[in-house]
Design a protein. Structure first.
Ligand SMILES: NC(=O)c1ccc[n+]([C@@H]2O[C@H](COP(=O)([O-])OP(=O)(O)OC[C@H]3O[C@@H](n4cnc5c(N)ncnc54)[C@H](O)[C@@H]3O)[C@@H](O)[C@H]2O)c1
Length: 255
């Protein structure tokens, strides 16, 4: 059945969409007419979100996937293509984020450092690599990566996280060059501090007050503010935009 909206009949694979901003992406994509593969380490959450989207009339598939596991990522792409026949959009939202404890970098253990890089950097690489054959065969596709505006400000006590998100910006630019000739766009969103309803170390009340105070626009950013940018980048309105970093931080940093 054909649906209306700026993403009508596009198939989007959205990692990390079991909760938080990723979940909002899934809802916004479905509302814009897309078919959505809801992929998350938490397979139960993924299936819940997919069921909710189906209840709203969209086509959706929920998958439990660890993006740092090469085999699982390959299976995710195979399942998406088997179910829906194509992949038009990949949103790399999965990351170790809300579960992180902020701490001075000297206190970050080597294992914790490697784990963050493995999911937040290697996971993005594996997912991009896994969709490339399908998108190349289609002659079209869009990849939307999720970095963070902490990369621009250099937020302290988050060295593993900020480093991982900086890598995603470099990956976006190089991939845009490699995939552009195949008609594939690659962009990155750099969100500021977003209220997602999920508690986390970096969004304690005193920190939030300071963050909003440093924004040009004096209100808390919510997940829908980021989802709007993702829908735009995945749509035809952004068809000649590639390799770019879209900062959605209420005007805290200017590129
Ligand atoms: N919330 C913010 O203020 C903010 C700001 C800047 C950037 N971001 C980025 O936006 C994205 C979403 O943030 P959020 O606040 O919703 O985070 P969150 O921690 O609430 O959600 C992350 C999701 O990713 C999933 N995930 C974690 N590891 C995974 C893995 N190995 N494989 C598959 N899924 C995995 C989790 O299960 C979870 O559902 C992240 O990339 C985050 O770094 C968030």
């Amino acid at each position: 059945m054909s649906r209306s909206g700026v993403l009508a009949d596009r198939v989007g694979v959205i990692t990390g969409s079991g909760q938080g901003i990723g979940r909002e992406f899934a809802e916004a994509f479905a509302a814009a007419g897309a078919t959505v593969v809801v992929a998350d380490l938490d397979g139960e959450n993924a299936e819940k979100v997919a069921a909710q989207l189906r209840g709203g009339g969209a086509q959706a598939l929920g998958l439990g996937v660890d993006v740092s596991d090469e085999t699982a990522v390959t299976r995710m792409v195979e399942a998406a293509v088997a179910e829906f026949g194509r992949i038009d959009v990949l949103v790399n939202g999965a990351a170790i984020f809300s579960t992180l404890t902020m701490k001075p970098f000297e206190e970050i253990g080597a294992d914790e450092w490697r784990k963050v890089i493995d999911v937040n950097v290697n996971g993005v690489f594996l997912c991009c690599r896994a969709v490339s054959a399908t998108m190349r065969a289609q002659g079209s596709g869009t990849i939307v990566n999720i970095s963070s505006s902490t990369v621009l400000g250099g937020r302290p006590n988050y060295l593993h996280y900020v480093t991982s998100k900086a890598a995603v910006v470099g990956m976006t630019r190089s991939l845009a060059r490699e995939l552009g000739p195949a008609g594939i766009n690659v962009n990155v969103i750099m969100p500021g501090s977003v209220e997602t309803g999920i508690p986390r170390d970096s969004a304690r009340p005193e920190a939030v007050e300071q963050i909003v105070g440093n924004q040009a626009l004096k209100r808390r950013i919510v997940s829908a503010d980021i989802a709007g940018a993702a829908v735009f980048l995945a749509s035809d309105a952004a068809s000649m935009i590639t390799g770019q970093s879209l900062v959605v931080d209420g005007g805290m940093n200017f590129l």
